[in-house]
Design a protein around this ligand. Structure first.
Ligand SMILES: Cc1cc2nc3c(=O)[nH]c(=O)nc-3n(C[C@H](O)[C@H](O)[C@H](O)COP(=O)(O)OP(=O)(O)OC[C@H]3O[C@@H](n4cnc5c(N)ncnc54)[C@H](O)[C@@H]3O)c2cc1C
Length: 385
């Protein structure tokens, strides 16, 4: 990459950038910040910064609750990134003065019925087998922590290290940090890689990466709701709550300003329409877990497109036939939690030219012939996540 070169001297003239980042979502902006802060001349191309999946995302930082069967390497990356979040959040807030809604109360995992609890326990046993912190709690212990939970909840567990951040605050903070470090935003789309003139190009365009690179990134639709506690008070619970409710898997994310994010569907579709059936199912499951939600204002119903890949893991590193083009895409359900480590590893690669061993399982060439193939199903076979 840029090995052996001194970073370009600052200049007000329009000169060829060291790094062109395509996409100003959390991934592209964090990479731009890290590269610019290390003295590189950076341009970020995006006609609508922050308008991708991050604009609807819940912002759970859940490496433990999302440690799924068959995804051990992804789980390792999620854990490594989550471990970086406290310092990353502190540095971002200190650099910009922006609050990003980073909260560390932890996550409660809930089974509403006996069947829900049995399903949840299978996963918790797997997660505990990996040595992850998942502590089973009796119904009375759950209600001691969150009195607003429904009386019929059969059991649950605490994942104390699964935290949250507000993506709608995070992205403006990352944009400010990148710009303060010298990155320049170019408010235009990139139609072809040949439109970009830079030493290194980083494709961080979320679902837009497929058209630019041919990588197997596909849209995975997620419908999600935002509710608001009445009278501007904080929600009546503090933990992120992830629950199985009569077979539906939903999460509830409380914000300090009274907002509750209730999500989300996982659908193999590329439209962003909101359907009555999805809203009904999300609300029913949410109210079953936390009855007081029925009194909240329903303020938003929206859908976004996660950048999914065949193995649900991101694609990080050079394109097979273009060593000067780095992919940083395919973050699927995990782009917010994976922001710190993606930015760090890609910036290191841009500057040092040698991929960190952590990147090996996520190489762009791992799909072989599947690289130009169509959508493949998610491994969970579960409509809700
Ligand atoms: C309902 C839902 C809930 C989610 N919840 C969570 C969660 O709780 N935790 C978590 O970690 N993740 C969550 N995610 C996933 C997360 O939002 C994504 O993984 C993350 O936003 C990916 O970041 P990104 O920057 O790669 O892409 P995006 O956020 O999609 O941003 C891509 C950017 O690229 C730009 N772009 C696209 N094409 C081009 C082009 N040709 N030229 C220039 N610019 C282009 C777009 O305008 C956009 O600004 C959720 C997603 C959804 C949909």
């Amino acid at each position: 990459m840029l090995t052996g070169r001194s970073p370009s001297p600052p200049s007000s003239d329009r000169v060829r950038p060291d790094v062109a980042v395509v996409g100003a979502g959390p991934i592209g902006l964090a990479i731009a910040w890290r590269c610019a802060a290390r003295g590189l001349r950076v341009e970020v191309h995006d006609p609508a910064p922050g308008s991708g999946a991050s604009a609807v995302a819940a912002g759970m930082l859940s490496p433990v609750a999302e440690a799924y069967f068959g995804e051990r390497q992804l789980t390792g990356l999620l854990l490594a990134s989550a471990a970086r979040w406290p310092a990353f959040a502190a540095e971002l807030t200190e650099t910009t003065g922006y609050q990003i809604g980073y909260r560390t109360e932890g996550t409660l995992l809930i089974g509403l019925t006996g069947d829900d609890l049995a399903e949840a326990r299978r996963l918790w046993a797997y997660q505990q087998g990996l040595g992850l912190p998942v502590t089973p709690l009796r119904p009375s212990e759950l209600r001691d922590r969150e009195p607003a939970l429904a009386p019929r909840v059969r059991g649950g567990a605490l994942a104390p290290t699964d935290h949250q951040v507000d993506p709608r605050l995070l992205v403006p903070a990352l944009r400010a940090a990148a710009q303060r470090a010298g990155a320049v935003l170019v408010p235009r789309p990139v139609r072809h890689l040949s439109d970009v003139d830079a030493e290194v190009t980083v494709v961080a365009a979320g679902c837009g990466a497929a058209a630019l690179t041919g990588l197997p990134v596909r849209p995975v639709k997620g419908q999600i709701l935002r509710l608001r506690a009445p009278d501007g008070v904080a929600p009546g619970f503090r933990h992120v709550i992830r629950g199985y409710a009569d077979g539906e898997h939903v999460y509830l994310v409380p914000r300090a300003d009274g907002e509750v994010v209730l999500g989300a569907t996982v659908e193999e579709r590329s439209d962003t329409t909101v359907t009555a059936g999805a809203v009904q199912r999300l609300l029913r499951a949410g109210v079953d877990l936390l009855p007081e939600l029925a009194e909240y204002d329903l303020v938003e119903a929206i859908a976004g497109l996660r950048p999914g890949t065949p193995d649900n893991a991101p694609i990080l590193g050079p394109l097979p036939d273009r060593p000067d083009v780095l992919a940083a895409t395919g973050h699927h359900r995990h782009g917010i939690v994976l922001t710190p480590i993606t930015a760090e590893l890609i910036a290191d690669l841009v500057l040092g030219g040698v991929p960190d061993p952590l990147l090996t399982p996520f190489r762009a060439d791992r799909f072989g012939g599947a690289a130009s193939g169509g959508p493949e199903p998610t491994t969970e076979g579960n409509l809700w996540s």
